[in-house]
Design a protein around this ligand. Structure first.
Ligand code: NAI
Length: 249
């Protein structure tokens, strides 16, 4: 028996990295998982691997910044699996992102970035909420970052927005039995991090951490599953750091 037997979960940005780890773990504990990502080739591959490992998964192409795309994701999930219980808003422009100042970043890039990294979580939540209500409730995890509390320009700004969104939506969703929380990982070793953060900067970050190593996707999975599970039934509107002690609030 898995904790999520019979549940239907959508994980956005699940074609690789941390989202892939969340999707695999949910499937291992019995959920029917929708691997939702803009990257079709990698997303298909993850869904196929989960199925080959004995889980139930399907790939859906989605751009989390586009209303019609998010509603299509929700509706096709309901058509295939009969409803939606769980959502992980993990998708973001992160791997390969441009680094620049808030004062200098190209305005069109900034708007696109915020549409994906900030609005995306709200759009996906709007798309699934009525389907969760039909099931009598649900649970949502937003992927934040410790970047929300440290200088990281528009990337940190979007994650600070995700934190506030988590708090605001907790009130709007609570009456429908839908809980929403956020995980704020510290520096986590993924392919994307290797493209964004030079090794010397990573070394300096790790040196300052109380626990002197980078995180891994596996470090984050336990909390994500707990927050989505019935054991977390009285927890909502919270932001949890999983960061080797990087930020102490
Ligand atoms: P990643 O870049 O490998 O994963 C992001 C995924 O989102 C990719 O599969 C990408 O195709 C997808 N995506 C991008 N734009 C999309 C869109 N418009 N619609 C749908 N999917 C889209 O990054 P990683 O390292 O796995 O991070 C995952 C999440 O964790 C992100 O939200 C990131 O900001 C956050 N995070 C990562 C940390 C790290 O050190 N790796 C630390 C803290 C937070």
């Amino acid at each position: 028996m898995g904790r999520f037997d019979g549940k239907v979960a959508i994980v956005t940005g699940a074609a690789q990295g941390i989202g892939e780890a969340y999707a695999r773990a949910l499937a291992q504990e019995g959920a029917n998982v929708v691997v939702a990502d803009v990257n079709a080739e990698r997303g298909e591959r993850v869904a196929k691997q989960i199925t080959a490992d004995g889980g139930t998964a399907a790939y859906r192409q989605v751009d989390v910044s586009v209303v019609a795309s998010t509603t299509a994701m929700a509706e096709s999930t309901v058509d295939q699996f009969g409803g939606i219980d769980l959502l992980v808003n993990n998708a973001a422009i992160y791997g390969g992102m441009k680094l620049n100042l808030l004062l200098a970043v190209d305005w069109d890039y900034y708007k696109r970035f915020m549409a994906v990294n900030f609005d995306g979580a709200l759009l996906c939540t709007r798309a699934v909420a009525r389907h969760m209500r039909k099931r009598g409730g649900g649970a949502i995890v937003n992927q934040s970052s410790t970047a929300a509390w440290t200088y990281s320009s528009f990337y940190g700004l979007a994650k600070a927005g995700v934190n506030s969104l988590t708090q605001q939506l907790a009130t709007e969703l609570g009456g429908s039995g839908i809980r929403i929380n956020a995980i704020a990982p510290g520096p986590t070793d993924t392919e994307a991090t290797r493209t964004v953060t030079p090794p010397e900067i990573v070394r300096q970050m790790v040196e300052r951490l109380p626990i002197k190593r980078m995180g891994t996707p596996a470090d984050l999975v336990g909390l994500c599953l707990f927050l989505l599970s019935a054991e977390a039934g009285w927890i909502t509107g919270q932001i949890f750091n999983v960061d080797g002690g990087q930020v102490m609030r």
